[in-house]
Design a protein around this ligand. Structure first.
Ligand SMILES: [Zn+2]
Length: 87
């Protein structure tokens, strides 16, 4: 009986040591799946028609649709323009 306990104990200790020293492989590629391509996507400003990287722009939701602008100035002017359209 004692031998079985010792065997189990030894196994547990062995697993602990193994788990401590051998770390699970760090999945570097999966960790970097933050979609860097999307950040570099060039999109068009609906107000000034300029192309710019999406990550550098500002977004705004106008009438339930999301728009991306090259600057807050364009965003504000576009929103005002849309407001004027609607009266
Ligand atoms: Zn703009």
């Amino acid at each position: 009986m004692r031998l079985i306990i010792l065997t189990i104990l030894g196994y547990v200790v062995y697993r602990l040591i193994k788990g401590f020293f051998i770390r699970p492989p760090v999945s570097g590629r999966e960790g970097k799946r933050g979609n860097p391509e999307i950040d570099n996507v060039m999109i068009k400003d609906p107000y000034c028609q300029a192309y710019f990287p999406q990550r550098d722009g500002v977004s705004a939701i106008v009438d339930g649709a999301e728009y991306h602008f090259c600057s807050t100035e364009c965003r504000d002017r576009f929103i005002e323009q849309e407001k004027e359209k609607r009266g």
